[in-house]
Ligand binder design. Structure first.
Ligand code: VGL
Ligand code: ZN
Length: 208
């Protein structure tokens, strides 16, 4: 596959807290790092996202009485899974994995910084209304084809890919450059949903 000027790689949340030993570790999360480094060097346009929560964030189980991680609560915008405290602003857990090559990224986009709204997608927060600004960035830079990799496949990768597709981009998820959490069948649900939206699933060998 030839990568064009209009292609962009969105690298989702490759942060310490999502890797082994982190607060919300995705199994084998760090294994995406060498894979992403390899493909990222082929892209002219790379965006990194960074989950970036205040300590009193609504998505943390610790901020709700009688709740534990992975419980679900109802918020004004709908159902919200509660997580262990993770990616707290300015902590080591929120830093990118130390082996991730970050230099060639043109944008580092932080998300999840509003206390009362979580943000899985890199385009819209979980109320599906509050924009992160990434859509404007992609459009103003005339980017057309979005490739998504990173963590976690069944949360932030999934919703980033879906929102990009709904906004009219061609979208592909690079499956072997992702790892998932798998809560309540979320991996299977993600595969199904990506397919029904016309989002391609590709493997890194397509780029090498
Ligand atoms: C994520 C749960 C909570 C992710 C972020 O990056 O997929 N998942 N915050
Ligand atoms: Zn988060």
């Amino acid at each position: 596959m030839k990568i064009s000027e209009q292609d962009v790689l969105i690298v989702v949340d490759v942060q310490n807290d999502f890797c082994t030993g982190g607060a919300l570790a995705v199994p084998d999360g760090e294994k995406v790092v060498p894979v992403i480094n390899r493909i990222a060097q082929r892209f002219r346009n790379v965006v990194l996202t960074q989950d970036w929560h205040p300590g009193d964030h609504v998505s943390f189980a610790s901020n709700h009485a009688h709740k534990k991680p992975y419980d679900t609560i109802k918020l004004p915008y709908g159902a919200q899974v509660l997580w262990p405290d993770h990616c707290v602003q300015d902590t080591e857990g929120a830093e990118f994995h130390k082996s991730l090559h970050t230099a060639q990224a043109s944008l580092v986009l932080r998300k999840g910084f509003h206390r009362d709204i979580d943000s899985y997608s890199a385009l819209y927060e979980n109320d599906h209304k509050t924009p992160t600004g990434l859509l404007g960035y992609l459009r103003e830079r005339h980017l057309k084809n979005v490739f998504v990799a990173g963590l976690a496949f069944d949360f932030c990768v999934r919703y980033s890919a879906e929102d990009a597709r709904k906004a009219g981009f061609e979208v592909a998820v690079i499956e072997d450059a992702c790892r998932g959490i798998d809560i309540d069948g979320s991996m299977a649900a993600t595969h199904q949903s990506l397919k029904s939206l016309g989002i391609s699933i590709v493997n890194i060998e397509a780029f090498l």
